[in-house]
Design a protein around this ligand. Structure first.
Ligand SMILES: [Zn+2]
Length: 82
């Protein structure tokens, strides 16, 4: 159960984490969670690749709002967020 809560906490900050908006301590905590949690690691990996591919295709265009939220649904991670 506590593991599930950590995932929720992680996912609530993953967007800021990928944008490097979290402070170093939080960043460290998030990365420590990534080491332990395969689900979140796969999620971040997929998210990074998707964002990267998107940016290659649409150079110089920023991700419109809501894209990451939609990705959560596309990747069927509703279980983790719930
Ligand atoms: Zn997790």
């Amino acid at each position: 159960m506590s593991e599930h809560n950590l995932c929720q906490e992680f996912l609530s900050q993953v967007s800021d984490y990928l944008d490097n908006l979290v402070d170093p301590i939080t960043c460290e905590e998030l990365e420590r969670h990534l080491v332990d949690c395969t689900n979140c690691r796969i999620f971040v990996d997929t998210l990074k690749k998707t964002v990267y591919l998107y940016q290659q295709r649409e150079a110089d265009i920023e991700l419109p709002g809501g894209v990451r939220e939609r990705l959560f649904k596309v990747l069927s991670l509703d279980d983790l967020v719930r």
